[in-house]
Design a protein around this ligand. Structure first.
Ligand code: TGC
Ligand code: FAD
Length: 392
């Protein structure tokens, strides 16, 4: 892969809206991605392997629990800093951002928000440093968009719970030390349980042959009569709203992350168009390529403004699920369209691993599907504005 010459576009001077802390956090993440992610990520994506060596760096830039309080090992930052970190990481690779999203919003957040003090003390500091890695099990083979139908269940056996079932498409599962697993009790109510690697009957086979998110490890969670200690139940919230609350936080991070992937594609295409000479002039001087580039920066700027305003609302505790859905849906679609256009600007070179665009494009096919598909987010907006729920 070529040297990383990335320069972040800021067409509407959004930096002026950021605090000094936001800029410090953002710049630290940006430099780390340039130094430790972009030089190796193409190779790991090609061999379909998660680069374990970046876990320490992710922890150092505050990507594990950015908004979790410092007393539990988190970075104690606000929601805009969290978003900016996700943007910078996904500028490097969506799979790396996935690992950070899962660890922060889908593992640390439910333990922080729904866990006991003992659970918080036991797990959060180790998750913040990356000593423990976690995963989040909601999706099942027969229940993707409709997790309320889940079949994974646990029975009260007096001194422990007995857990049975299977989860599919679980980011980080092949190497996770703990899994936050959503399962139904005997009354059919959904609860979160912390399942630890090594518990008898618990296995995590890896899913192979993905053309997308290749630098992220994806797998199954299989529970065959797993004895889960009662103290591993998250008592603070139950029902589908508990996992959906975690998804609000992760989807918010994706709304920012997708901007990073789009910025990288735009920046690459702009540089290439200025340098590539055809018919005696740079292709950047042709109207057709200018149309592509001008539309890209317009869409990136709109997405940046949407994410920034959502971050303000989230800081004030006022961001709604439907607003988060709109931002996730809009920004991921924006990024995937830009990746496709940017790839064309590079002609044949665009399909190679010399440049990041094709990898981003393939990654974004997962991002537009996970954390709620593009259709599901549209239906969430539809239900919110009409008052009619099209899911039922
Ligand atoms: P519905 O009847 O609407 O709601 C059930 C209960 O949940 C409450 N609720 C929420 N609570 C908190 N936060 C939210 N965002 C909430 N949304 C809903 C709701 O009030 C209700 O509460 P109660 O007390 O009345 O029971 O549920 P539904 O069954 O109709 O489903 C709604 C729907 C389709 C929107 C939801 O199921 C959904 O979002 N489906 C998509 C599934 C999804 O996003 N899965 C993601 C899996 S994790 C993942 O992909 C990780 S990828 C990570 C990475 O690598 O980055
Ligand atoms: P389905 O729900 O079967 O949907 C298939 C199609 O039908 C989609 O186009 C969908 O939009 C459409 N559809 C479904 N319902 C409706 C409806 N009511 N109206 C109109 N159209 C509809 N899950 C986890 O729990 N944890 C993870 O860490 C995780 N990581 C993932 C990593 C990767 C790389 C991928 C690809 C997925 C991951 N997922 C994870 C799973 C992800 O959340 C699901 O794939 C997603 O929620 C969609 O479920 P599904 O794939 O079963 O599709």
């Amino acid at each position: 892969m070529r040297p990383d010459l990335f320069e972040a576009p800021d067409y509407f001077n959004l930096d002026e809206l950021l605090s000094e802390e936001h800029k410090l956090v953002r710049d630290a993440a940006r430099q780390w991605v340039k130094r430790d992610v972009t030089p190796i990520i193409e190779e790991f994506a090609q061999k379909a392997e998660f680069p374990q060596q970046i876990i320490g760096g992710l922890a150092e830039i505050g990507a594990f629990g950015p908004y979790i309080p410092v007393e539990y090992g988190g970075a104690g930052l606000d929601q805009i800093s969290y978003g900016l970190i996700m943007q910078e990481i996904e500028r490097g690779d969506s799979g790396v951002r996935s690992t950070a999203s899962v660890q922060s919003s889908l593992v640390m957040y439910p333990i922080f928000a729904y866990g006991t003090e003992e659970q918080k003390q036991k797990y959060l500091p180790k998750l913040a440093t990356g000593e423990y890695m976690g995963c989040f099990g909601l999706t099942e083979p027969d229940h993707g968009s409709n997790p309320s139908g889940m079949a994974t269940n646990f029975k009260d056996k007096g001194d422990h719970f007995l857990l049975n079932g299977a989860k599919l498409w679980i980011s980080n599962s092949p190497f996770a030390d703990i899994a936050v697993v959503w399962a139904k009790n005997e009354e059919g109510r959904i609860h979160g349980l912390i399942v630890e690697r090594g518990m008898e009957g618990f296995s995590t086979p890896e899913t192979h042959n993905k053309w997308s998110l290749r630098a992220s490890a994806t797998g199954e969670l299989i529970f065959d009569n797993v004895r889960v200690p009662k103290e591993n139940l998250l008592p603070g919230k139950n029902g589908l709203g508990a996992p959906l609350g975690c998804l609000d936080s992760a989807r918010y991070g994706i709304a920012w992350g997708a901007i990073g992937a789009a910025m990288d594609c735009y920046d690459t295409a702009l540089r290439y168009a200025r340098e590539r000479i055809q018919f005696g002039k740079p292709i950047a001087a042709t109207q057709l390529q200018q149309k592509k580039l001008a539309e890209m920066i317009t869409e990136i700027t709109k997405a940046q403004l949407l994410a920034f305003r959502l971050g303000q609302l989230k800081n004030e505790g006022r961001a709604t699920t439907a607003q988060i859905s709109m931002a996730k849906r809009n920004n991921v679609e924006m990024a995937i369209k830009i990746a496709r256009e940017a790839r064309q600007v590079l002609g044949a070179m665009g399909i190679t691993g010399e440049y990041s665009i094709m990898r981003h494009m393939m990654n974004l096919e997962s991002v537009i599907t996970y954390e709620g598909t593009h259709d599901i987010h549209l239906l969430i907006t539809g239900a919110d504005i009409t008052g009619h729920n099209a899911f039922k």
